[in-house]
Design a protein around this ligand. Sequence first.
Ligand SMILES: [Mn+2]
Length: 441
Amino acid sequence: MAPSTSGIEHSGHPVTASTSLPSLAPVDWAANRARLLGSLPTDGLVILFSGAPAAKSADEDYPYAPNRNFLYVSGLDRPNQVVVLGRRGGAVDGEVAFIEPIDPHAETWTGKMMTPDEARQVSGIEDVRPVAGWRPYVNRLLSSGRWPTVYLDLERRAWAEPPSESLRFAHELADRHPGQALANCYPMLAELRRIKSAAEVDRVRGAVAHTRRGFEAILRHVRPGCYEYELNGHFTGTLLGGGVDIAYGAIVATGVNATVMHYITLRDQVGADDAVLVDAAAQFGYYKADITRTFPAAGRFTAEQSALYDVVWEASQEATAAIRPGLPHAELNRITRRVLAKGMKALGHMRDDSELDQYYFHNVSHYLGLDTHDVGEYRELEPGMVLTIEPGLYLKHRAVGIRIEDDIAVTASGADILSADIPNDRRGMEEWLAACQASRT
Ligand SMILES: [Mn+2]
């Protein structure tokens, strides 16, 4: 059964949004399940968890975000959901979604819960049961001895990370079924998520379109003397006010603050000669954009900012032009470094290429998708990958940081620049800024 887009999918935007805005492309979650099961080395059960909100303080939780690997195989996005998938003879043999049963009392306090029918429609999984039943269900299957391996998403980014639901269950499983083979399906999920379907690419494209509107709100309101948090407010307000979620906490960094990679303080006042760097984006149906633009607070870049901007822009152009299937991902950074070093030497900021590390110290590209820094190993580019190109130069002693970040899908013949509608060259940026300021009411 094909997953529905009938407004049931709670993906962070109203399906009835303005017609000028993109509509939500339906992702075939069932196909993702089939691909995952097909990529497993042995038959068995895959058990994935949506997760639960983390406690913040007193009776308050942090905002809930569904586990992205769970979402990828189900489209489901509510807390305390579990999906159990069976693979036998290399093919799908049994799919069950366990969800919280409707609780009228809970609905009075926190709103409507997902019904079994909604879960079926979103996920394409026909067998939907109350979540309390998932352990007995798995126990029954494992007791039959017919499922050689249990696969869990045992992603672990840091040794000290708090244990995930999967890890806690791995311990339970070893206790209850000590002979049962256990394996980690995270590497297979990460491998699959590298390559996006057309619908997934369209969701990123939609996120980019919403992001553009957020940037326009910033460009309408920026002026010397305004505060970084005001600009963030205009960006966030435009997105949230349109029913669209933000992808990550925005970086709005004026002057020297733009040389801090993850500047999130956002308290400073924009100076008259400042270049303002904004790294901000929307997410659309859980797929994220990741866009950075740098613009002059007073409308025109200074001569020094202009020269640096053009070097960064040239790097972005050359790296983007190189994108094609088969190119080693690391080559993008080599191209970037070559262009940036050449430009910095020509401007007299550097004498030797080795000095570039003082002014450019991140990678030029990462995958983009359900996560901002999307998962998967970096190898040769393949059609269906979505990645960023984001060269930058950061001169603390000159109080200027410039980055240009675009989102690009790799196609069979080269690159589809998803953010092509957002001006990124120096003149285009100044003209866009002027047009936005002129439309200010
Ligand atoms: Mn990025």
